[in-house]
Design a protein around this ligand. Structure first.
Ligand SMILES: Cc1cc2nc3c(=O)[nH]c(=O)nc-3n(C[C@H](O)[C@H](O)[C@H](O)COP(=O)(O)O)c2cc1C
Length: 369
């Protein structure tokens, strides 16, 4: 039988009730990295709204891995305890709770967007020195949108520093497991730390973590293996990648690299690749962001490798999302901005597509039929 948007997806022993994922979206609403009421409402309402996977925003595995001082973190037990009741609520609604484990690398230490997104120099009280594959800072001063500033200083990680990053991802995954998350997503997209190692645009190393494709992807593969090592056998690990750097004018990461990488990530223990794009450098040539603008990248990986994929980007219409699954272009469909506009999008989509889904008992009188 043909799978549809409302066919459950089973990965390992985990059944996800449908193919809709809340795409990870930074909320800049944490306090010292701790989840707040805002996270309870943001994640809780998308769970009540019928999403299959409710994914947290980028959640830092160590304090210097936060994009901004207001970003969420899971680097201590206190952070895990703060998010535990939210995870329990998400599960109580029948959704599968996921956590995006992240490290911003040289794109850390920035102001939140509401305050202009400028870099915060390391010597300011709420700034810090960032780390990366390179000691070249992210060229924030060159963003071209008038919001740049002096880049934060960046330190190239040495072998010990790299080992600490792997350990931080593993410890964060253990804490996430212990508070009931069912999906761990390793964030290796959008120009953040793991992407900084993979891309030749930012990796200028000549040790075993730089140079060849194999060496540039080594840290990501090590992180995925370390997360898989502590993650329950029956539960899935996702990896979000940028399929392309959108920098055709220079030696950069492209879709062929992503097709080559996907089976290596599967060998390291990943069960699904969440396929996004861009973010490594402000010179990127953004494609038109029309409906499904990044779907061809997900499809290329699925076709070239048989590794399950999530597609994301400009997906707003139920019939479009449904067709992506029906036509075998994606296994999971991630919605970002559309789920900001419509927290109950999955319930409404089910009605439009004629699928019979459970509504929260409190909302049953709102059903269309
Ligand atoms: C407010 C906002 C915050 C975001 N934060 C993250 C994030 O934390 N991690 C991530 O991988 N992508 C992040 N993204 C990207 C989205 O997950 C998604 O890939 C992108 O918005 C394209 O999908 P859409 O067209 O459905 O919004 C963010 C997007 C938005 C709009």
């Amino acid at each position: 039988m043909t799978d549809t948007l409302f066919t459950p997806l089973t990965l390992r022993d985990t059944e996800i009730r449908n193919r809709v994922m809340l795409s990870p979206m930074c909320q800049y609403s944490a306090e010292g990295g701790l989840a707040t009421d805002w996270h309870r409402v943001h994640l809780g309402s998308r769970a009540a709204g019928g999403a299959g996977v409710v994914m947290t925003e980028a959640t830092a595995v160590e304090p210097r891995g936060r994009i901004t001082p207001d970003c969420l973190g899971i680097w201590s037990d206190e952070h895990a305890e703060a998010i535990e009741p939210i995870v329990e609520f998400v599960r109580s609604q029948g959704a599968t709770p996921g956590i995006q484990l992240a490290h911003a690398g040289r794109k850390a230490s920035h102001r939140p967007p509401a305050e202009g997104s400028a870099p915060i120099p390391a010597d300011e009280p709420d700034g810090w020195e960032t780390v990366s594959a390179t000691d070249e800072p992210y060229p924030s001063g060159d963003r071209g949108d008038g919001e740049g500033g002096e880049p934060a200083t960046t330190r190239r990680l040495d072998a010990d520093g790299i080992a600490e990053v792997v350990d931080a991802f593993a410890a964060a995954a253990e804490r996430s497991r212990d508070v009931g998350f069912e999906v761990a997503e390793v964030h290796a997209a959008h120009g953040y730390l793991l992407h900084q190692f993979c891309s030749p645009v930012t990796n200028d190393r000549d040790d075993e973590y730089g140079g060849s494709f194999e060496d540039r992807t080594r840290l990501l593969r090590e992180v995925v293996a370390a997360v898989r090592d502590v993650w329950p056998d029956g539960k899935p690990v996702f990896v979000r990648i940028s399929a392309t750097d959108w920098l055709p004018d220079r030696d950069s990461w492209d879709v062929d690299d992503s097709v080559r990488l996907a089976p290596l990530l599967a060998d390291a223990g990943a069960d699904l690749i969440d396929v996004s794009g861009g973010g490594i450098h402000p010179d990127q040539e953004l494609p038109g962001a029309g409906p499904g603008y990044q779907v061809p990248y997900a499809e290329a990986i699925r076709d070239g490798t048989d590794v399950p994929v999530a597609a994301v980007g400009g997906i707003t219409e139920p019939t479009h999302a449904d067709a992506l699954v029906r036509n075998g272009r994606a296994d999971l469909v991630a919605l970002g901005r559309e789920l900001l506009r419509h927290p109950h999008w999955p319930l409404e989509a089910a009605h439009e597509l004629g699928a019979d889904v459970e509504w929260p008992v409190q909302y049953r009188r709102g059903r269309f039929d």
